[in-house]
Each structure stands twice: as structure tokens, then as C-alpha cells.
Design a binder for this molecule. Sequence first.
Ligand code: ZN
Length: 80
Amino acid sequence: MIIPITCFNCGYAISQHWEDYIKKIQEEKKDEFTALAELRIIRYCCRRMLLTHVESINIAIAKRQLSETPMISKMLLTFL
Ligand SMILES: [Zn+2]
């Protein structure tokens, strides 16, 4: 499935970050929070676009099964 070109809410061009995002979480073994921060994707509406993409979810599930790092907890703390 293709990543949407722009964020549905704010219109930010999000698809340009997809390849770098996948590279960071798969090859460089960074967590999603760090990868998004390094790509300077700050708005939560834009983060949602990458985090909830079908491929991202499958990768996150696979990583979650291998690791016990509370990735979701770290992400939630950024919004508080
Ligand atoms: Zn957005």
C-alpha cells in the first residue's frame, strides 16, 4: 500500500519521509519515536500518518514481539 502524499489534516508533504523512516526503524534499529524526531516530524497528525500505515504497523508488531521496550509509553509521554 502506498503512503499518502500529504497529511490528511495539515497538508504537510509526508511521503517524502517514508523511505528514510523505514530505513531508520529497520536498518538502523531505531525506535519510532527517535526516527520521527530525527526526521523532524513534530505534529502528531503527521506522526499518525507514518505510525499507522499498514507497513509500519506490521514492522512495529514484529519489533514489539522481539523487544520489551515500551515504545508506546515513550510516545505518549511526548504529548503530555
Ligand atoms: Zn499533519
